[in-house]
Design a protein around this ligand. Structure first.
Ligand code: XUL
Ligand code: CO
Length: 438
């Protein structure tokens, strides 16, 4: 049977003046920027769950996006058909990577053994598909949140059998990620959190989570997986209190369990917003702490307080985010995964292509803007100027711990230090940013 997206042409770079709807205007994969091709900076990935498995159902309505592979009586036949469609979609979009959960690619079996058998068969199938495709795996992950067994958490479940079940699942998913040449393995704490302290021992649950992650790191070294282990922070939804709240909280957790040099972060734009931060704040925080790993790019709806996972379309917000990525040293083995889904009414195959093309171009354009801001150096100079006072020997001595509180007090009083307020020049810099955007 012909794969679902076969009719669609491969989307190509045509430049800014193209009249074609399905063309890249900004994403010229080979364009050299800051010393390497754009594609190597951005490392775009298509998310299997949103693009192949999402059916448009919501709490009020039935599926609207019904693909042929979703209705097959034989679930494994459906999974293979879905994989054929996935690789057609990757061909159409011409993007270098994809990402998946175990459950996206293979159906749940009657028990854990059968689920793993289905999964391993589908991993073999994907391995074959990858031989005939340019698409590589950015990261793999396990869905430890959909099935009712995970309703009280996976690693943090009060029931040790769920911990063991989850550990077994992650072991096999890490094996698969390594087998498929994945660059990262992601853990999003789907239901690692709680609803009420009336039934929760938070300290015990965090110790469980620390142990679980330690096991993952040990196993990574044991099998020689060269990818990064990444935690994806999110403050709420599905649980009221998710343990991996934001970048700073996860860093505190990693420090407590001695894993800060082993694990980095996969930061998601709308998760940042749900935590009351901007995306660039989360990126800058992770970079400052040495744990910037990868990005899930999407957007929320400012009028809604939940995770709408829309495709990104705000140039200024994305430019500011990617500016921090460049300042932070880039994404390395990470990339930019479109953790985004088409709307419930966008039911045509082509809608999925429009969604990705717009988002790819938006991100490419934002990156070019961010790179130009870095090259011009005006913002960096303004920041350096603001902190220039710290370059004096007296100021350095304070910061380097060479002066006690009494010594600082003595010299301050002796010199008659009398600080004068100085403008932060925010509006000037905002205007500069707006003038520079193209
Ligand atoms: C949920 C979310 C997940 C993770 C992978 O909000 O972002 O899709 O990215 O489990
Ligand atoms: Co995500």
């Amino acid at each position: 049977m012909a794969a679902f997206f076969s009719e669609l042409e491969t989307v190509r770079f045509e430049g800014r003046d193209s009249d074609k709807a399905l063309a890249y205007r900004w994403y010229n994969a080979e364009q050299m920027v800051l010393g390497k091709p754009l594609s190597e900076h951005l490392r775009f990935a298509v998310a299997y769950w949103h693009s192949l498995a999402m059916n448009g159902s919501d709490p009020f309505g039935a599926p609207t996006i019904v693909r042929p592979w979703m209705t097959r009586a034989d679930a494994m036949e459906g999974a293979r058909e879905k994989a054929d469609a996935a690789f057609e979609l990757f061909r159409v979009l011409g993007l270098p990577f994809y990402t998946f959960h175990d459950r996206d690619i293979a159906p749940e079996g009657a028990d854990l053994k059968e689920s793993l058998k289905n999964f391993e068969a589908m991993v073999e199938y994907l391995a074959k598909k990858m031989e005939g495709s340019k698409a590589k795996l950015l990261w793999g992950t396990a869905n430890l949140f959909s099935h009712p067994r995970f309703m009280s958490g996976a690693a943090t479940n009060p029931d040790p059998d769920v911990f063991a079940y989850s550990a077994t699942t992650v072991k096999h998913c890490m094996d698969a990620t390594k087998q498929l040449g994945g660059s990262n393995y992601v853990l999003w704490g789907g239901r690692e959190g709680y609803e009420t302290l009336l039934n929760t021992d938070m300290g015990h649950e965090l110790d469980q989570m620390g142990r679980f992650l330690t096991l993952v790191v040990e196993y990574k070294h044991k099998i020689g997986f060269e990818g990064q282990i990444l935690i994806e922070p999110k403050p709420k939804e599905p649980t009221a209190h998710q343990y991996d709240f934001d970048a700073a909280t996860v860093y505190g957790f990693l420090k407590k369990y001695g894993l800060e040099n082993e694990v980095k972060l996969n930061l998601e734009a709308n998760h940042a917003l749900l935590a009351g931060h901007s995306f660039e704040h989360e990126i800058a925080t992770a970079a400052m702490l040495g744990v910037l790993g990868s990005l899930d790019v999407n957007r929320g709806d400012p009028l809604l307080g939940w995770d709408t996972d829309q495709f990104p379309n705000d140039l200024q917000a994305m430019t500011l985010a990617l500016y921090q990525v460049i300042l932070g040293g880039g994404l390395g083995k990470g990339g930019m995964n479109f953790d985004a889904k088409i709307r419930r009414q966008s039911i045509d195959a082509e809608d999925l292509v429009h969604a990705h093309v717009g988002a790819v171009d938006l991100c490419a354009r934002a990156f070019l803007n961010a790179a130009a801001l870095v090259e011009k150096g005006e913002l960096k100079a303004a920041v350096a100027e603001r902190y220039a006072g710290w370059n004096t020997p007296e100021a350095k001595a304070m910061l380097e711990g060479k002066l006690s509180l009494e010594q600082i007090s003595e010299t301050t009083l002796a010199k008659g230090v009398n600080p004068k307020p100085r403008s932060g020049k925010q509006e000037k810099l905002e205007n500069l940013l707006n003038r520079r955007l193209f």
